[in-house]
Design a protein around this ligand. Structure first.
Ligand code: UDP
Length: 337
């Protein structure tokens, strides 16, 4: 009864592996370490360094470890980068999953949990956005994930697989004990940028777009704590093990905060003024993205524990401070510059 986590050394994947290990599950990880770090894995969890799209590798891991379920995180996640490099996104997100699914089918794995994204919706007609909303992605990132959802649906129907697609809203925060967190250098996500600024690693924050028709003119996002998200995957796994049928679920809290409010929250928690610069809209950005969470709350045994932006920001900041200290602070940054 082993769970294979692809991308398990990455940001969300490592929180998943920690949650599984703490629950006493047998876990194995495949990660090519392109953005992940082996140090993020708990001791004793086997790591295979390689591509989730390497069929031979995956088939070997499935048979060697008697894998019964796959939780698939490996992929690329940055909207603006996908606008510049669509082919890279279709390769890393869509083609890799095609190979992974082929290995899963060959190996007889019939439970699959897939990391999708709210970016599949594009600009929604209604907010909070339900899973039944039309899918009109505005970026290759969203499109590459949507194509994978469609492929997974077809493969599952043909080969007796059951899946849960989890459409993540904005994942943020870090392990509440600051053991792990987002460690990517050059990260672009808002809360990461904000805590980097709060720890003096950035001089300012650019706010992309202040002329949207929202109350303060900036975009609105539904932030979900990464540890709550990991627990949602555990609940999805229990659901599939209990014979639950394939389903697509939004993962958010159902509450939106504007970009400016988010920056203010980090400033307040860090007790530090962070200069904010108003910048033009960022291509590919959706204006307002808030989840309708009724389906996940009705179907899974999942109760979020950190459903609060201040808590998310506090954990993100505590992790960032630790990471910054461990990386040697500003002195080392200057030396390597
Ligand atoms: N954002 C911003 N400044 C930054 C990073 C992000 O204003 O330095 C905005 C971005 O334009 C979007 C929101 O914050 O409106 C969330 O962006 P992020 O990249 O964190 O996640 P996304 O919603 O694109 O997945």
């Amino acid at each position: 009864m082993t769970v294979l986590v692809t991308g398990g050394a990455g940001y969300i994947g490592s929180h998943m592996v920690l949650a599984l290990a703490e629950a006493g599950e047998s876990v194995v990880v495949i990660d090519n370490l392109s953005t992940g770090f082996s140090a993020m894995l708990p001791e004793g969890v086997p790591l295979f360094i390689g591509d989730a799209g390497d069929e031979n590798l995956v088939e070997g891991v499935i048979s060697q470890h008697k894998v019964e379920s796959i939780i698939h995180f490996a992929g690329s996640v940055v909207v603006p980068e996908s606008m510049r490099d669509p082919l890279g996104y279709y390769r890393n997100n869509t083609m890799v999953t095609q190979s992974l699914l082929r290995a899963a089918v060959k190996g007889g794995v019939n439970r699959f949990i897939f990391s999708s994204t709210a970016a599949v919706y594009g600009n929604p007609d209604q907010v909070p956005v339900p899973e039944t909303a039309p899918t009109r992605p505005l970026s290759p990132y969203g499109a590459s994930k949507l194509m994978t959802e469609i492929m997974l649906h077809d493969v599952a129907s043909a080969h007796g697989m059951n899946y849960v697609v989890l459409r993540y809203f904005n994942v943020a925060g870090a392990d509440p004990e600051a053991r792990i967190g987002l460690a990517t250098v050059g990260a672009t996500h808002l809360l990461k940028i904000a805590v980097e600024a709060a720890t003096g690693q950035r001089a300012k924050i650019d706010v992309f777009g202040t002329d949207y028709p929202t109350p303060d003119g900036s975009c609105i996002r539904d932030f979900i704590h990464v540890s709550d998200l990991a627990q949602a995957h555990r609940a999805a796994l229990s659901y599939l093990r209990a014979g639950g049928s394939s389903v697509t679920l939004n993962c958010g809290y159902g509450r939106g905060y504007s970009v400016l409010e988010t920056v203010e929250t980090v400033k307040r928690i860090a007790m530090r003024n962070i200069p904010v610069q108003y910048a033009p809209r960022r291509p590919g950005d959706v204006m307002t993205m808030v989840a309708d969470t009724s389906r996940i709350r009705g179907l899974l045994d999942w109760t979020p524990k950190y459903d609060d932006l201040e808590t998310i920001a506090t954990h993100a900041l505590a992790w960032e401070e630790k990471l910054f200290r461990e990386r040697g602070g500003l002195a080392q940054q200057a030396e390597s510059a």
